[in-house]
Design a binder for this molecule. Sequence first.
Ligand code: BG6
Length: 484
Amino acid sequence: MICDLLIIGGDGDLAFRKLYPALYHLDLDTCLPDCLRIVSVSRSATPEGGFAKSVRERFEKYDNDLTIDEAVWQRFSKRLNHMQINATSEADLAKLRKEMFPDESRDLIVYLATPPAIFAPICQSLWAVGLARENMRIVIEKPLGSDRETFQEINSSLTALFDEKQIYRIDHYLGKETVQNLLTMRFANALFEPLWNSNYIDHVQITVAETVGAQGRWEFYDEAGALRDMVQNHLLQLLCLVAMEPPASLQPSAVHDEKLKVLRGLAPMTRRDVEEKTVRGQYTSGNSKGEAVPGYTQEEGAKPTSATETFVAIKAEVKNWRWAGVPFYLRTGKRMQKRFSEIVVQFNEVPHSIFGEQMRASSANRLVIRLQPEEGIRLQLLNKVPGLDDALPLETVSLDLTLSEVFTDRRVPDAYERLLLDVMRANSTLFMQADQVDAAWQWVDGILAGWRAAKQQPLPYMAGSWGPSESIALIARDGRHWQE
Ligand code: BG6
C-alpha cells in the first residue's frame, strides 16, 4: 500500500485534535507505509515556521501526556506537507496535483475534514483535475445530513462520482478498542451466544454520558442536538453490534448486512411512541467536576431561546425473533454527572431461587461493557460471602477484565488510529455503508417528527446531574433502573 493522504480542511480542529496525533502514533508503532506522505490543504497560509512545527505545538496544547519520541518525530515531520489552496477550485487542485501527486500509481486517500455542504463541489473538482481515480478512497465524517432527505442529497452527490467501495464513512465509535472487542466477545466465545436472546436477556442499556457542555462549538451543536449528534450514529451503531446476528465472516459486506437488518428491524416510532418512549432534556446551570458551569442557553454565543436537546433517553425495540419484548434503553447527554460510556446487558433472574431470604440482592447476572474510561468488561455474578454463617449470605461480585490491567504492556490506541489504518488497508468493515446511515435516519426522522408535532420543549436538568427525572421515570415505569 504505497499511498498518499490528502487532508482537506487540514488546519481544522478535527485534523489537529484527532488526525495528526493518530498518524503520529501509527508512525511510532511503525504501522505507516515508509513512503506515506501527508498533505494538508486549507485556505489559510502555511504557518510561520512551517506546518510541522504548528502540528507539534498543537500536540503539546491538546495532549499533555503525549511524550514525543524525537527520532519518530523527525520521520513523521518529514511526511507532513501543507499547501494553501481553495479545495473547490479546479485551478488550485490542478496545481496541487501537479506539485504533490504526479504519480497516479500511488493509492490516494482524500480525507474531507470539511463541512458536508462543500463535499460535492470538492469532489467534482477532484474529478475534473484527475485526482479522483480508481485507486483513490474518500473519507467523510458526520454530520451526514440533518435528516434522511438531506443525507440522501449529500450521499447522491458522492455516489454520482465514486463507487460505494471507495467511500469510507467514519463513525469514530466503531474504531474504539472496546467496540471492536464487542464483536470478539460475542463471536469468539461460545459462552454468550446461547444466552444472547429474549429467553435470557431482560433488557439492554446503552449510555454515553459526557461531562462537557456544548461550549466552543455551540452554534454547530445547536443545529444538531443530542439525537442527531449522538443517537443517529454512535448509539445506533453500538445497538447494532449488540443486537446483530452472527455474521458469516468479518468481511465488510457480511458485517454490514447484519447491522443493516438490525436498523431496519427497529420498531418505528409513532407520534404516541415518541411521547411515551422518549425524553428530551436541556442542561441548566449547575456544577461539573466541582466547578460552577452555565446552562446551555447561557454558554458563550448561545441563543437564549434555543430549544435544542442536550440529553435524550429512548426506549427502543428491535422487532425480530431474537429480541422480541427486550427493550433497548438508550441514553446520552452533555453535562452529566460522570463521563462514561457503557453497554449493560441485564440477564433474567433465575427461574427458581433455592436461597430464599439470603438472596436479598438481585440474582440477575449483568454483563457490563465499559467503552470509556477504563475500557473493560465486567460480568456480575452472585457469590457466597466467605464464612461459617448457617445461612448462605450472597453478594454480587464481578469478574473484572479491565483492559489496562490485563494487557499491561499494550497501549489502547485511539479510535482514529484504527480507522485511518483500515482506510490505508482498504478494509471497510468498521465503516458505515450508505444504506445503514439511511436506515438510521429513517428511524430518527420518526422521533424528530414526533417532537415537532408535539412542539415539545426540552425538559430542564441541572448540569452535573443524570438528566431530567423523566428519564428515570421512563425506565422505572418498566420496573427497571439505570445503571450508573
Ligand atoms: C462526537 C460528537 O461525534 O462525539 C460530540 O459530535 C461528542 O458531541 C463526541 O462529544 C464524543 O466522542 P468521545 O469519543 O469523546 O466519546
